[in-house]
Design a protein around this ligand. Structure first.
Ligand SMILES: [Zn+2]
Length: 456
């Protein structure tokens, strides 16, 4: 009997509203278990998103390439072995809430941490083999304790929500439903059918992927239909937040000087030649939660439906939530996993006391700030494949791989400040040609200027 129970995979029931011809899901009525899962998407770091969705169709811009580059770089290129783990299995800042989800697709949100064997020491690490401040190695597995006031869930148990096909989360009441159906052009409830489904872990990871690559994820997930181009679901303007200057911090003056390698004849960027501090910044994308990415991109990430999810959660009445709203939509990154040179203004996640930074060779609870060993040159391809120039032969093989005549290659210096960093973040999530997408206008401007000078 007990073995049978163990074999039963957990599921969450969901009630779908579909049109009579079953061509599209109009909405889903969800209870707190499902709403918690959906809201947890916003707290998942990008590295986790890539890792747990890689077996499902579709690609998230160039993020798969960036993630694979980290996997393929040997551990000795990083300051410590844990640097690689921080990027490949980034810590969810709300891990202790996610571990209570009925369906948790993130195996790193398991409530496990590591401490050293010194009984007078109270430091801990989320990653094994971390050097502790006391001199020993934090390697003893234990469970990470929640603080007395830590919330267990994102929404309260009684929460019911209506979720639209494009992942708007609306209050679960008949008024929301009437407005939604009217907006979709339905005048009669008889045109709508109810369909009950059970959602398991597989469906959750599929939904996460679809939320990033589709405009109609519920229809694709449950009816297996691709988006129809003539269907557009209007966003209720009353649910749009008014632009505000909240959370705006001091201007960030961090900049990188990088070298663009261009093909003159093709008028395009072949690759980027950069130092290790830029790679720290680029790899650091993996640690940023999805919600914080949407926030950085000013609710205009262009990634699937996540802007809708963010926007409507932001508008949800706080009385339904079991946690501060900002802790869901902009959970931030723990200082122990941030990179120091970063033009992006990423919020510090709520501090965890006595947490070690596993990147430092001597053990510290402060931000060590780096991932890659210095000094080193790296090449970043247009599709964000990162390789290290580490041997005398690597420069010549790099030139061979470019596969263009040497006299067609031009180098151009570029400054990457906050504006360019935001453009690169967006391009890495939405384009399969990230560098050209990000720098095209700047390159064209310079080429035009030079053409103009030549004409004079
Ligand atoms: Zn210790």
């Amino acid at each position: 009997m007990s073995t049978d129970k163990k074999n039963i995979k957990p599921t969450i029931p969901l009630k779908l509203l579909v049109d009579k011809k079953k061509t599209r899901v109009l909405a889903a009525e969800a209870t707190s278990d499902f709403v918690n899962v959906l809201l947890s998407f916003l707290t998942l770091p990008l590295g986790t998103v890539v890792r747990v969705t890689k077996n499902h169709p579709g690609s998230i811009g160039c993020m798969d390439n960036l993630y694979q580059s980290i996997e393929q770089l040997s551990a000795d290129k990083f300051c410590t072995e844990a640097c690689k783990s921080i990027l490949l299995s980034p810590r969810n800042p709300r891990a202790l809430v996610c571990k209570n989800l009925k369906l948790n697709i993130d195996d790193t949100s398991n409530g496990i941490c590591f401490s050293c064997n010194n009984r007078y020491c109270c430091r801990k690490s989320h990653y094994p083999c971390t050097k502790c401040v006391c001199g020993s190695i934090a390697n003893t597995e234990k469970s990470e304790e929640s603080q007395p006031l830590d919330p267990e869930h994102f929404v309260k148990r009684t929460t019911v929500c209506v979720i639209t096909d494009n992942l708007q989360v609306l209050p679960g009441n008949p008024i929301s439903l009437v407005q939604l159906l009217c907006n979709l052009g339905f005048s009669d409830v008889d045109q709508v059918e109810e369909l009950s489904v059970d959602v398991g872990l597989e469906e959750v990871s599929k939904l996460l992927k679809l939320s990033l690559v589709s405009k109609t994820p519920l229809t694709e997930l449950f009816l297996g239909k691709r988006k129809l181009s003539n269907i557009s679901i209007p966003v209720d303007p009353r649910n749009s937040p008014t632009p505000s200057s909240e959370n705006k911090t001091m201007p960030n003056h961090t900049e990188f000087r990088v070298k663009l390698i261009l093909s003159k004849s093709q008028n395009k960027i072949l690759s980027l030649l950069v130092r290790e501090d830029f790679i720290d910044f680029l790899f650091n994308f993996c640690t940023v939660p999805l919600g914080s990415v949407v926030k950085l991109l000013d609710l205009n990430s262009g990634v699937g439906c996540v802007d809708n999810l963010y926007r409507t959660v932001k508008c949800l009445d706080s009385e339904w939530l079991a946690i501060s709203k900002n802790e869901i939509i902009n959970a931030g990154v723990l200082k122990q996993y941030k990179c120091k040179n970063n033009p992006l203004q990423i919020r510090d996640a709520i501090n965890i006391s006595n947490l070690l930074d596993p990147r430092g060779p001597t053990g510290s609870v402060d931000c060590f700030g780096r991932f890659m060993e210095a000094p080193c040159w790296f090449v970043v391809s247009d599709k964000l494949v990162v390789t290290q120039l580490s041997s005398p032969s690597s420069s010549i093989s790099f030139l061979k791989e470019l596969n263009v005549p040497l006299n067609d290659i031009e180098e151009q210096e570029e400054t990457i400040g906050e504006t360019e960093a935001l453009a690169l973040l967006k391009a890495s999530l939405t384009s399969s040609s990230a560098l050209n997408n990000c720098f095209k206008s700047s390159i064209n401007q310079k080429l035009n200027k030079r053409q103009h000078m030549d004409d004079i």
